[in-house]
Design a binder for this molecule. Structure first.
Ligand SMILES: O=C(O)CCC(=O)C(=O)O
Length: 254
């Protein structure tokens, strides 16, 4: 697993979470989205330029950040021993920190694609340690717009991105043609470094595609640009943070 990650910049690990655990997260995640169904702002579809197979008309992506603030099902999953053992092995340190987490629901027939991109422009870090873990909560087939990644692309380092805020790679660079599709089952987790070029196709199937993305970093790493904050960022998911200096809140009023 570690060798594959070092070679390709990503690895799809089967059955990290049991099927019933994935089903519980799926049910809870959809319930959260239902509760938050308030209209504007719910559609997180990116600019569709450069998407794998072209966007369906009026594509949609339903999303929600910080699932651990909504349900303990996700808090428990964040520190799941099997999950964090893999994260530690891939990061090369036992000190695993949360960066952020978010639920993505691609609705049937009109689920939005993600153009090919790296994640570094959104939260650049000094040591480029961040890793995304996409936890599959239901089946992700090619038809449902599973994630695609380009083997070895992380070796190109930080690539220039285009776009206003939803940065993506220039579609003329042909990354889509070099990507491999990564279909997955509930409970499977796709791990990739934030320099790995990835994206996903539209959901053209009659079924929903649901994933929970957990972004982590090594505790000794730090952002170089203060661009992405989220509640609980820096929470230790595993190990000890020996690099944390005292902060104003460490010795606040007793
Ligand atoms: O879930 C997907 O289809 C892709 C997600 C992704 O690329 C991202 O959040 O950076």
């Amino acid at each position: 697993m570690v060798r594959e990650f070092a070679r390709d910049g990503f690895v799809l690990v089967r059955g990290v979470f049991a099927r019933d655990a994935a089903a519980a997260m799926r049910a809870e995640g959809h319930a959260v989205l239902e509760r938050l169904r308030t209209g504007p702002g719910r559609n997180g579809a990116w600019s569709t330029v450069g998407a794998a197979d072209g966007p369906p008309a009026a594509s949609e992506l339903h999303h929600c950040h910080d699932l651990h603030l909504h349900s303990a099902v996700f808090t428990r999953a964040l520190i799941d021993d099997g999950f964090t053992t893999i994260l530690a092995a891939l990061l090369g340190t036992d000190a695993v920190q949360l960066h952020h987490n978010k639920l993505f629901v691609k609705p049937p027939q009109r689920g939005a694609p993600f153009p090919m991109h790296q994640d570094w422009p959104f939260f650049p870090h000094r040591h480029d340690s961040p890793i995304a873990a996409i936890v599959h909560l239901d089946e992700a087939t090619v038809d449902k717009g599973c994630v695609q990644a380009v083997p070895g692309s992380f070796r190109r380092g930080r690539l220039e991105h285009v776009g206003e805020t939803d940065w993506h790679l220039d579609p003329d660079d042909g990354w889509v043609d070099r990507a491999v599709e990564l279909p997955a089952e509930p409970g499977d987790v796709l791990f990739f470094n934030y320099l790995t070029v990835h994206g996903s196709g539209p959901n053209l199937s009659p079924d929903v595609r649901t994933t929970w993305l957990v972004q982590v970093r090594a505790a000794h790493d730090a952002p170089t640009v203060d661009r992405h904050r989220s509640p609980g960022q820096g929470t230790m998911l595993r190990g000890t943070n020996v690099d944390r200096p005292p902060t104003p809140t460490s010795f606040g009023a007793v």
